[in-house]
Design a protein around this ligand. Structure first.
Ligand code: ARG
Length: 444
């Protein structure tokens, strides 16, 4: 018997079903059911024989799913219904007791929380791998010069190690964001029932311990309608991918013949179907392009959650595809970034040539005047005038500057001094870069 007299419209079924994508939650659904059945028996809500039958059936189901031979049925609308149906087929009457004191609402929230917790941890670990590659490459390129840019115009020279470590620190903040998302997912929703709690003396602490949750969601209404941890994960992923997009953009630029700062590893590039000479930085381009899609996923879940009255609403089923897509996109982009950073061949001469443009020492020249007592704004104007004279007269800045400012200016325009004079904390002088490297290594 059921509440319904008429069958569902096939188009409704297609719209309603989440099985096509939520089947990837199966390991969490099985783990949760195992813990739930154990708790029900411990509390005397079902018998020990029921629990054993449920555990045996779950064991079988787990194997079927792992070996990709689980018999899905036409009317399985999601992975939770599919697993429960199959457990009941295997365990008989005991199977029908699995859903005692549980709703799909606290069930799905629990599966998704477990998924987010695991994926936030692996994102964190993968980012650590990329950071390790950056530190290694920084150590290999401690004293290589290149121009640092603003507005993509040469600004001031920096060491390549310093440039690479800039990405290390961006990624360090990403690690913190994924740790936050992991912690946000660390409160057990199960036990909230459909929304109000359940009519049995359950032991939520026992379930939390079995599933490795530190906390228990303290309010049943909030527990079934909370997807903040998914938003937190997507936010962390959107920012991390935005960072990777900047790295990708830079690798695309640096690998052009015009820049020539880097040769990307063959493993992460491809040829052209027509032009035999081409080596295209596809992976770097895709890294550059993927971030907006995950930002879009974050926006779409904000849209789903916006204005939703308490508690569970079917809208919330739309949390999964954006989440899964973000997980997969991030994993691929982190693999690409790590592979390219580890395998990139930097061109010392091309970088040094670009960095030997003496105009990028103009700030140092102004600071020389400041050290001799001139206010900085005035010095900025004086050196600006020298640069203009040099550019318009087709003369090296060095000549114009020494003629007007004396030999001190020549010393400032010695290449090595440009970088080593950046002694402020976090600056590009060798000593400061070495400090950074030590701090970075300590974090890894
Ligand atoms: N497939 C559903 C989801 O992902 C599971 C929860 C369904 N709950 C319900 N009351 N219909 O959100």
């Amino acid at each position: 018997m059921s509440r319904f007299a008429e069958p569902q419209d096939p188009a409704f079924r297609a719209l309603d079903s989440s099985l096509a994508y939520d089947r990837r939650l199966w390991p969490y659904d099985v783990a949760q059911s195992r813990a739930h059945a154990g708790m029900l028996a411990a509390q005397g809500i079902i018998g020990a024989d029921d629990r054993d039958a449920l555990h045996a059936a779950l064991e079988k189901v787990e194997l079927e799913l792992a070996e990709d031979r689980f018999p899905f049925a036409d009317d399985d609308v999601d992975i939770h219904m599919a697993i429960e149906r199959r457990v009941t087929e295997i365990a008989g009457p005991a199977g029908a007791k699995l859903h005692t004191a549980r709703s799909r609402n606290d069930q799905v929230a629990t599966d998704v929380a477990l998924f987010v917790r695991d994926e936030a941890r692996s994102a964190h670990d993968r980012i650590r791998g990329l950071q390790a590659a950056l530190v290694e490459r920084a150590e290999e390129h401690l004293d290589w010069h290149l121009p640092g840019y603003t507005h993509l115009q040469r600004g001031q020279p920096v060491y390549l190690a310093h440039h690479l470590l800039a990405y290390f620190w961006m990624l360090e903040r990403d690690c913190a964001r994924f740790s936050f998302a992991c912690d946000a997912a660390d409160a057990l929703p199960l036990g909230a029932g459909a929304l109000a709690g359940v009519n049995f003396a359950t032991d939520r602490r026992m379930v939390a311990d079995a599933l490795g949750f530190t906390r228990i969601a303290p309010n049943s209404l909030d527990a079934v309608s909370n997807r903040d941890f998914v938003l937190d994960f997507l936010g962390a992923a959107a920012t991390a991918l935005t960072h990777l997009s900047r790295l990708g953009g830079e690798l695309v630029l640096w690998s052009t013949a015009e820049f020539g700062f880097v040769v990307l590893p063959d493993a992460w590039t491809s040829g052209s179907s027509l032009m035999p000479q081409k080596k295209n930085p596809d992976a770097a381009e895709l890294m550059r392009a993927k971030a907006p899609r995950v930002v879009g996923s974050l926006m779409s879940l904000y849209g789903v959650m916006h204005g939703l009255p308490l508690t569970y609403n079917k809208d919330m089923q739309e949390d999964k595809e954006p989440l899964f897509d973000a997980v997969d996109t991030l994993e691929l982009c982190l693999a690409a970034a790590t592979g390219m950073v580890a395998g990139a061949r930097f061109d010392r001469d091309r970088m040094a040539a670009a960095a030997s443009d003496e105009l990028i020492a103009a700030t140092d020249l102004a600071d020389l005047l400041v050290r001799n007592g001139m206010p900085f704004r005035e010095a900025h104007g004086v050196v600006g005038g020298l640069v203009r004279d040099a550019v318009e007269g087709g003369q090296p800045l060095r000549e114009v500057a020494t003629a007007r400012l004396g030999q001190d200016a020549a010393a400032v325009l010695e290449q090595a001094s440009w970088l080593e004079s950046k002694v402020s904390e976090g600056g590009t002088s060798s000593e400061r870069v070495r400090e950074q490297l030590e701090a970075a290594r300590a974090l890894l």
